[in-house]
Design a protein around this ligand. Structure first.
Ligand code: ZN
Length: 348
């Protein structure tokens, strides 16, 4: 057929035929190389897909952190796999451990807490005493008081390393209101704090310690990720009534004599005698070897995210540990701690 001959006219010399053959060979090689490249890309894509699938399975594990940090370096699949064997990868789990406060074995910890403030006159004096003695404390504040307070007062608490606590908007006893009202009381207090210093409280103490099983409190603590704590009865001087009220020496001595390791001491920055007791109280506790921490620091150091079973395995006296609410812990914990009045909760 005529068209079979048509490609021929250009091919004349043998040299040209040789070139054509070489070109054909080159074309074949190029095609094969292209196919190989496509297969290689497909293979790499598959490996990547499998890798990301397996690491997303346990999104809480350190594996994810490793692959994320590796890929953020722009290294891709190869570096990702290499990262699993690098020292950086093996040190990753320790980071979360470091995040939990730890103290040398045998260190006695104590958390001073001040409720019902802030008070324009007395709270600065409490902060003076804390600063003078180089210690920290936690302030469970009433939202209404916060609202009328100078922002610099709350800022000073933070600057001194103290912790801000939520004590409801109007010192509402939570057992006397509905679930929604309890929730609103806590949310409103946090809003007041946030308006002053740009951050909310990190712990909650219900007024008078009542209503720990209030569903609104429970729900708010979950939403806000705030611990709910009361205090230790045994070391509480009851500074709102005689004989502690009006007697700074008695107040100081009571706490010094009754404090035990891990206590949260209930005080009020609304009583002058309490403020006046602080220098002696702190000095006496220091003499007994106490290290002053915030409530969150105490909980992190002593409890972390333990379950009651794990606490028992650690050799703790779990007879005084009870779940504040029915049902197992989600990520956090729900216990009474150290005394029957000390219930706290942490949600993850
Ligand atoms: Zn109170």
């Amino acid at each position: 057929m005529s068209h079979m001959n048509t490609p021929r006219p250009s091919m004349g010399a043998p040299k040209r035929t040789m070139t054509a053959q070489l070109r054909a060979l080159a074309n074949t090689t190029a095609v094969m190389a292209a196919i190989f490249m496509v297969l290689l890309v497909a293979f790499v894509w598959m490996v990547t897909a499998i890798n990301s699938k397996s690491s997303s399975k346990d999104s809480d594990s350190t594996e994810t952190t490793v692959s994320t940090s590796a890929s953020s370096e722009g290294a891709g699949v190869v570096t990702d796999q290499t990262a699993d064997t690098t020292p950086e990868a093996t040190t990753t789990p320790e980071v979360s451990e470091v995040a939990h406060a730890s103290y040398p074995e045998g260190t006695k910890l104590i958390a001073l807490t001040f409720d019902d403030g802030p008070d324009a006159t007395l709270t600065p004096q409490v902060l003076d005493a804390l600063e003078r003695n180089g210690v920290v404390a936690t302030f469970f504040m009433i939202g209404q008081n916060v609202s009328g307070a100078d922002a610099s007062l709350l800022q000073r608490m933070l600057d001194l390393g103290c912790e801000l606590g939520n004590h409801t908007w109007s010192h509402q006893i939570l057992t006397k209101v509905s679930e929604d009202e309890a929730y609103e009381q806590l949310a409103k207090c946090d809003q007041a704090i946030e308006e002053k210093v740009g951050q909310k409280a990190t712990v909650i103490r219900p007024p008078t310690g009542a209503g720990l099983k209030q569903e609104g409190l429970f729900r708010y603590s979950v939403d806000s990720r705030e611990y709910v704590v009361n205090w230790n009865d045994s070391s509480c001087p009851s500074d709102w009534q005689a004989p502690a009220l009006g007697d700074a020496d008695y107040t100081a001595q009571y706490v010094i004599d009754h404090a035990i390791d891990g206590d949260m001491v209930l005080l009020h920055d609304s009583h002058k005698s309490t403020v006046d007791s602080l220098d002696k109280m702190i000095a006496g506790l220091k003499e007994k070897g106490y290290v002053f921490v915030t409530v969150s620091q105490l909980l992190e150091a002593r409890v972390g995210n333990l379950t009651i079973e794990e606490a028992g395995a650690k050799g703790w006296d779990t007879s005084k540990l009870v779940e504040a609410y029915p049902g197992g812990p989600i990520y956090g914990i729900r216990y009474a701690y150290s005394s029957e009045k000390m219930i706290f909760e942490k949600k993850g």
